[in-house]
Design a protein around this ligand. Structure first.
Ligand code: ADP
Ligand code: MG
Length: 269
């Protein structure tokens, strides 16, 4: 027990990249599951109107009456929006397409960037006993993503091992800098994780080399391989760690979880 993070105050990580299809949701779900497997308590906040994290973690559409939309817009309490999942220790605040209108509805609200921050503090997220909160962001640098960055301790960036992967990263970093200057000076970059990596493909090797040269220590050692089991798991409404615990994908997400948890233990020491 003693080498774990104290349960009081969760580390809040926004999983963000304005490109779609780079592995944000996959990383949110499976990193969360890997942390839960280590005995930690983890909350996934689905902040994407597509609701893929909710679907991937088995929350039926009919069970999404209270969602991140109600949390942000209607001030519904945390206790009312948090739902357990089939995975021990792993909970979720689900999302529906309703959330897509939040962006517009909130434009006139002066505190529009602080809604998630306020929601987490209004009901003292610390009291829920989570070790980690992972926020699955939409594929855009919109108000929802800004809300995630304002509420977070750090930003985790999945980078697809593909041509042009590094493009767009500077725009993301600019948003991080803006949030630091205006709302959240302590916001860190948790790291950049290469996803859908194929070691037989020169392009993957090239992207990795470019990323490590340009971004150095920010790039996680762990590479997430392209693995068909990872892409199949959501249609069975479970993390790949449950769907195929011994798959390459499951093992990679366990390694990523350990890399992050080890870093946080060092930071806390
Ligand atoms: P985002 O949330 O950034 O839009 P997703 O996590 O939904 O991206 O991933 C996009 C697609 O790629 C999904 O169909 C997903 O199943 C697939 N995918 C993600 N990571 C992997 C992986 N490591 N191996 C195989 N397929 C993957
Ligand atoms: Mg997604």
């Amino acid at each position: 027990m003693s080498d774990r993070l104290p349960p009081r105050r969760p580390q809040i990580i926004a999983v963000a990249n304005q490109k779609g299809g780079v592995g944000k949701t996959t990383t949110s779900i499976n990193l969360a599951a890997a942390m839960a497997e280590e005995g930690l308590r983890v909350l996934v906040v689905d902040l994407d109107p597509q609701g893929n994290a909710s679907t991937g973690l088995g929350i039926d559409r009919t069970d999404r009456n209270l969602t991140t939309y109600e949390l942000l817009v209607d001030d519904v309490s945390l206790a009312d929006v948090i739902q357990p999942t089939q995975t021990d220790g792993l909970s979720i605040i689900p999302a529906t397409v309703d959330l897509s209108s939040a962006d517009i509805e909130l434009l006139s609200n002066e505190k529009r960037s602080f809604l998630l921050y306020d929601a987490l503090h209004r009901d003292e997220i610390a009291g829920f006993g989570f070790n980690y909160v992972l926020i699955d962001c939409p594929p855009s640098l919109n108000l929802l993503t800004v809300n995630a960055m304002v509420a977070a301790d750090s930003v985790l960036v999945p980078l697809q091992s593909e041509f042009f992967a590094l493009e767009g990263l500077s725009q993301l970093m600019l948003s991080v800098r803006e949030v630091r200057q205006t709302a959240n000076p302590d916001l860190r970059i948790e790291g950049i994780v290469l996803t859908m990596y194929d070691k037989r493909n020169n392009l993957s090797l090239q992207v990795e080399q470019d990323a490590r040269e340009n971004l150095g220590e920010l790039v996680f050692e762990t590479l997430i391989p392209r693995n068909v089991r990872v892409s199949e798991a959501p249609s069975f409404a479970m993390p790949v760690l449950s769907y195929d615990p011994k798959s390459q994908g499951a093992m990679a997400y366990r390694a990523l979880a350990r890399e992050i948890m080890t870093k946080h233990k060092k930071m806390a020491a």
